[in-house]
Design a protein around this ligand. Structure first.
Ligand SMILES: Nc1ncnc2c1ncn2[C@@H]1O[C@H](COP(=O)(O)OP(=O)(O)OP(=O)(O)O)[C@@H](O)[C@H]1O
Ligand code: NI
Length: 396
């Protein structure tokens, strides 16, 4: 099995708004393998973007990561930090470093150089008054400084205000920006590097954002809806680009998307989120063909099927719950929309459990044939449990 690059444990992010506490992400547990593509799917408002931003350490007030650990595999840093005995256990575990527990300076450097992010709206991510090249070169420059441990101080700020197109960007960084534009297949990069964002088409701007994210040569790329709003052929081009980059660089990709065609094409594993929680995660073919959570089943039926555009789309009845803490149900948050819900679903919030031994398919549902349930049933009634194991495998 491939080693894990990220191990996310109990990740919890809240927004403390005037209307109350918003439980945007609650107790997420998942791993990202080295060189793996993990897709995160779920209806609007289920916490996908907040998950990505939390990993990048980009949650801003009134939001806050209130709990959890993000273990990043970095043997070298683990070695360097391992000496700090008293804090060692929460900071270092073997080759892994807990990004949440390191000092803010190390966290900034880690998130800035090891993690790259592509945002949903490239138009908003680029500053309209600077050329695309300047902005990519700036990312290259920032990354060099983060690597060296420099921080952006008051003097840098004053210099940048006095002279916005300043010496901050070196000619090497500018050259690197051209290389990166070339790498993401922008035609005539030497000319286009001096163009402004509005001179780029949507698809080209999306590629430029990929180039910007590549500036730090990241180990983990988080792509939030990288194909939304682009037409189909351009979408396919972006997916091909991400696939190539994964093979070329060996980086891991966490891709947030509504597009199941993209998921089936690129994702090794798929994670399904609902109301800020992880409902199911497993190898993409298994999640698609044998969804173990009724929500996954509903979601797959409610989104357009790219292979079969004539297939009937059946929206899941009802709405996603309000994530305000005082309005959230105590049991399973999908219970009021779920065709399989029973009384206990309204009371018990099911934990994420292994569906079958050893294949990394996990599900949070009281009615799923998880290994624990099957084991419990086999103690109660061996014969019934056997038949349940069978139906659990085919899950029809
Ligand atoms: N800055 C914020 N302040 C308050 N609440 C927020 C903030 N950002 C996100 N939220 C809330 O967190 C929840 C999760 O939002 P998130 O953007 O992660 O959803 P999503 O799954 O990415 O949805 P979409 O598919 O529409 O992008 C939502 O209820 C949202 O209202
Ligand atoms: Ni989002």
């Amino acid at each position: 099995m491939t080693p894990k690059i990220l191990k996310v444990r109990d990740l919890t992010t809240r927004f403390f708004t005037d209307a109350g506490q918003v439980n945007a992400v609650s107790g997420l547990n998942f791993d990202l393998g080295q060189g793996e593509v993990l897709a995160v799917v779920g209806e609007s408002g289920s916490g996908k973007s907040v998950t990505g931003l939390s990993l990048m350490d980009l949650i801003e007030a009134p939001g806050e990561i209130t709990d959890g650990e993000i273990w990043f595999r970095s043997p070298q840093l683990a070695d360097e930090l391992g000496g700090q005995k008293e804090k060692e256990k929460e900071v270092v575990d073997g080759e892994y470093v807990n990004v949440r527990a390191v000092s803010p300076a190390i966290r900034q450097s880690l998130c800035g150089t090891e993690f790259g992010m592509i945002f949903q709206d490239p138009g908003a991510a680029f500053n309209p008054s600077l050329t695309v090249g300047e902005q990519i070169a700036e990312a290259v420059e920032c990354n060099k400084r983060l690597d060296r441990g420099d921080t952006y101080g008051l003097l840098d700020l004053i210099r940048d205000i006095l002279s916005p197109k300043s010496s901050f960007v070196s000619s090497e960084s500018y050259e690197r920006a051209i290389e990166l534009l070339d790498r993401v297949d922008i035609p005539d990069p030497i000319d286009r590097v001096d163009e402004y964002p509005h001179q780029f088409s949507g698809g080209m701007l999306q590629r430029a954002m990929v180039a910007q994210a590549l500036a730090s040569d990241p180990t983990v790329l988080i792509a939030d809806e990288p194909t939304t709003g682009l037409d189909v052929t351009i979408q396919a081009g972006i997916v091909d680009l991400l696939r190539e980059l994964r093979v070329e660089t060996g980086m891991s990709i966490l891709i947030i998307t509504h597009n199941l065609g993209v998921v089936s094409e690129i994702a090794d594993r798929t994670a399904v989120m609902y109301a800020g929680e992880l409902f199911e995660v497993g190898p993409t073919p298994q999640v698609f063909e044998r969804p173990a959570n009724p929500y996954t089943d509903g979601l797959l039926g409610s989104l357009p099927d790219f292979d079969d555009p004539n297939a009937r789309i059946e929206p899941i009845p009802g709405n996603v719950p309000n994530l305000l803490a005082h309005e959230m149900p105590s049991g399973c948050s999908f219970a009021d929309r779920c065709p399989k819900a029973t009384e206990e679903c309204a009371e018990i919030n099911p934990p994420l459990e292994d569906l079958t031994e050893g294949d990394d398919h996990r599900v949070a549902c009281l009615h799923a044939e998880t290994t624990r349930r099957v084991a419990e049933l086999s103690v109660e009634s061996p014969i019934r449990a056997d038949s349940r194991v069978d139906s659990g495998v085919t899950n029809e």
